[in-house]
Ligand binder design. Structure first.
Ligand code: SF4
Ligand code: SF4
Length: 812
């Protein structure tokens, strides 16, 4: 197979090439590369729009779901509010409707003030700050040129970032290790600042410039240092995500690493300097002068050209790209040879990078220790705890932030992978599937992210379950469809044979469908700007940009700066909900969805902010359902389709918001139940669910209760907003009465159902804790004052449901 082009997903955009600090461990100014001296201080006004256009072009060409852009320096805040605004504006505008944009800035923090933070809030720019620990640790390196400490200013910035109005912007703290600092004191000092995430970086070094080892070259001070922090972090129940530790744990469990410092994932990061030149990762600056250079720039070259640079390709070969010692190393799946730059040695032959990391002993020791600890604790646990305690508690209370939902999504991806392998195992002899399977395994090695992105399509599991349920055991076409999409996303020079489905539909899950004349098997192959499909000698060429009248792409709607969602109206597998799905949406209906989703997302962010992060991280797709009967709302989640909900578009955006948060509760809880037993599955009793006239099994009651936490909160939020409206005329009063009644009804339903669950006697200890979390959320709402009329009306409605339920029971 030809080399697969790995698209970039991470873009480091340099806004300023100088810094107001003079840290003596800085890899930009103090290490081998000196190119910064000849660069313009600030990015020019034409570099930024051009960069944004190039990123959008790249995302479109590779059907990327999300790109990650870090505004960087030097010190990016030196660029000033105006230039940062320009960068954010251009990026948000160019990427709107193309893919989601995860926009961040990484700063030393000393200049961070409300002016900057208000700008970041406006453009949803998350802020990462470098801090090396407590004052003594930080002062070791992070000083001004005249020797003054930067610590007080950075702490002031972090305090500001922790204020409620900015807290959501806080991305985390980044600490460079110095083994002379006390590891526990450093960790404790960082943790005390309540960051949402921590990361510890090894100091950039090479075999030419080895790291400090106070006890001699044979010692492993970095393993010892990280080990001390790891043990404390474990003993505390992992109170905060730590990227280095989470990466080791994930790779030990067969998942991908979260950092280029570890693991075998291909590098997917490119740097745009202030003059528009394209460079490889900044860490290479530590190797030799000019090491990160590619010779390309954002004006004359697209990102595909940069992705084909030999230096980039070198870091995309996974295991094959490592030296002999690494390839045979027992921890290579987790270590991956360490950071590429740390392997460098002048005159070591080849590229100079064909070595183990200069931190090899430390990495081997630390990863082996973590693996041993994991093995011991897993042996003693009933089941591995994939969600942290904090994440479980977040979910139990009805919410779950972006990080928590991302863990659920990662686990669902693993389930999708396992199901794909099971389908292959069961039916390998029934279909000419070997070439497809071989292609999938190759893509998995060479471009795992593209395979992950394809498998993350919500209906992968629905397809696999249908195959395994027997009725459609021969539908291995789904495997070919997945392989074709992954190959197209990867830009691989491959031809895949894909069966054409009923009605001449060539299904490309997550991308769209092509309507062909006839049945049979089409061959699909990628082109520079799209793909071709050949059926019975007839060739159809589809360009991503221009399309084709027979090509129906999945359309993506940017509901807001931080949430882009696909409207899935092409996939035959989407018929997985209990309501009929809508046909392909016409332009008018599409526009109505866009308006509705934009309004709904505004409502969620404004009135239900605790649901927003989870929805943005986990709800990738909405499947339009056929119109609901008048006066009724129709929506449904599907247990086998994580990441999507089916909705018949309601007229009001607020109602759409309600349906989204309601159904996404089912999505989250289904994923939790895939990981943890919350109740005894042997309990076959039926329970009274206060909102229904028919009795429900325990799981149904739990699902309903969890969903109605969000429903109650929706009515609570509506009530709050209505009460705040100026003037309370007759129309508002009528609405108020109605909304009050709904709030009273749903909070009481939910609270009653929580107690039914608690009294069932069938909850596991974790289930009890989960139920307690739900109770803690709903119980205070019961005391919130409402009008007597609403209480009476709600009680009447509940009594009617109960009477109906009793009547049904009596009839058996
Ligand atoms: S703050 Fe960052 S860029 Fe500035 S000198 Fe220190 S390490 Fe280098
Ligand atoms: S521990 Fe050493 S030998 Fe093993 S993969 Fe890492 S750098 Fe290579």
């Amino acid at each position: 197979m030809d080399a697969v082009l790995v698209p970039f997903r991470q873009f480091v955009v340099k806004l300023h090439s100088r810094c107001d600090l003079a840290c003596d461990h800085c890899y930009i100014y103090e290490h081998a590369d000196t190119q910064w001296k000849g660069r313009p201080k600030a990015a020019s006004g034409d570099v930024l729009p051009r960069t944004a256009k190039r990123i959008a072009e790249h995302a479109r060409a590779h059907s990327l779901d999300t790109v990650h852009v870090v505004l960087h320096g030097g010190e990016p805040l030196l660029a000033g509010v105006h230039l940062i605004r320009l960068a954010a504006e251009e990026l948000r505008r160019e990427l709107a409707g193309v893919c989601a944009l995860d926009l961040r800035i990484h700063t030393n923090g000393v200049l961070l003030d409300r002016r900057f933070l208000d700008l970041f809030a406006e453009y949803d720019i998350k802020v990462g700050i470098s801090l090396d620990g407590d004052k003594a640790a930080n002062d070791l390196h992070r000083r001004y040129a005249d020797g003054r400490s930067s610590y007080a200013k950075v702490l002031r910035a972090i305090d500001l970032l922790r204020q409620p109005e900015y807290r959501r912007l806080f991305a985390g703290l980044l600490c460079t290790i110095d083994v002379r600092n006390d590891p526990v004191a450093v960790y404790d000092a960082l943790l005390a600042l309540e960051p949402p995430r921590l990361d510890f970086l090894l100091p950039h070094s090479t075999w030419d410039e080895p790291p400090l080892r106070p006890d001699g070259p044979e010692s492993t001070p970095y393993a010892d240092w990280l080990g001390a922090v790891y043990r404390r972090w474990e003993a505390q129940g992992r109170p905060v995500p730590v990227r280095t530790f989470d990466s080791v744990l994930r790779t030990l469990h067969g998942l991908s690493s979260l950092t280029e410092n570890l693991g075998l994932e291909p590098a997917d990061l490119v740097v745009v300097e202030t003059d528009g030149t394209l460079e490889q990762a900044d860490s290479l600056k530590t190797a030799y002068d000019g090491a990160p250079a590619t010779g390309f720039n954002v004006f004359d070259h697209d990102f595909d050209t940069a992705a084909r640079h030999p230096g980039m390709i070198d870091r995309q070969h996974g295991l094959k790209g490592l030296c002999e010692e690494c390839r045979t190393c027992p921890v290579v799946q987790s270590c991956g040879g360490g950071l590429y730059a740390h392997r460098y040695e002048t005159g070591s032959g080849g590229s100079g990078f064909d070595n183990p990391s200069v931190f090899c002993r430390d990495l081997l020791t630390f990863i082996s220790d973590v693996a041993e600890h994991e093995r011991m604790t897993t042996d003693f646990q009933a089941e591995p705890e994939l969600l942290s305690e904090d994440q479980l508690d977040q979910l139990a209370s009805g919410y779950g932030d972006a990080g928590t939902v991302t863990v659920l999504a990662a686990e669902q991806l693993e389930i999708g992978r396992e199901l794909l392998a099971t389908v292959w195992d069961r039916a390998a002899d029934r279909y000419d599937a070997k070439p497809v399977w071989d292609l999938l395994t190759t893509l998995d090695t060479e471009a795992p992210e593209t395979l992950d992105a394809t498998l993350a399509h919500p209906y992968t599991r629905a397809w696999a379950m249908r195959c395994l349920d027997g009725d459609q055991g021969a539908d291995l076409g789904g495997m070919a469809e997945i392989a074709a999409v992954a190959a197209l996303r990867a830009g691989a020079d491959e031809t895949v044979r894909v069966p054409v489905r009923q009605g001449g539909v060539l299904r490309l899950p997550g991308l769209g469908r092509l309507l062909l004349d006839g049945q049979g098997t089409a061959t699909v192959s990628g082109t520079a700007d799209g793909f071709t499909a050949t059926l019975d000698g007839a060739v159809t060429r589809v360009s991503w940009e221009r399309g084709d009248r027979r090509w129906q792409p999945v359309r993506r709607i940017a509901a807001g700066a931080d949430w882009t969602v696909a409207l899935e109206d092409t996939d035959p597998q989407r018929d997985s909900h209990q309501w009929p799905v809508a046909e392909r949406l016409g332009d008018a209906e599409l526009a109505a969805w866009e308006t509705g989703l934009t309004g709904a997302w505004r409502f969620v962010n404004r009135a239900l902010p605790r649901y927003a992060g989870g929805v943005a991280a986990g709800l990738s797709t909405i499947t339009p359902l056929q119109s609901a009967p008048p006066g009724q709302d129709v929506s449904a989640a599907a247990r086998n389709a994580f990441g999507t909900v089916g909705i018949a578009r309601p007229a009001a955006a607020d109602t759409l918001a309600l349906l989204i948060v309601h159904e996404f509760q089912h999505v989250k809880l289904g994923a939790v139940l895939d990981l943890h037993d919350l109740f005894d599955p042997a309990d076959s009793r039926l329970y009274f669910a206060p909102w229904r006239a028919d009795p429900r099994p325990l799981e149904g009651l739990l699902q309903g209760t969890y969903a109605h936490l969000a429903v109650s909160e929706y009515w609570r939020a509506r009530l709050r907003e209505l009460r705040a409206e100026p003037g309370q005329g007759q129309r508002i009063q009528a609405q108020l009465n109605q909304v009050e009644m709904e709030f009273v009804r749903w909070r009481q339903h939910t609270a009653d159902a929580v107690e039914t669950l608690a009294e069932s006697g069938s909850l596991t200890p974790l289930g009890e804790r989960f139920t307690a979390g739900m109770r803690a959320t709903v119980a205070p709402w019961l005391d919130e004052p409402v009008g007597t009329g609403a209480v009476v009306a709600a009680r009447r409605s509940m009594e009617e449901t109960k009477a109906q339920w009793l009547a049904n029971q009596a009839q058996g």
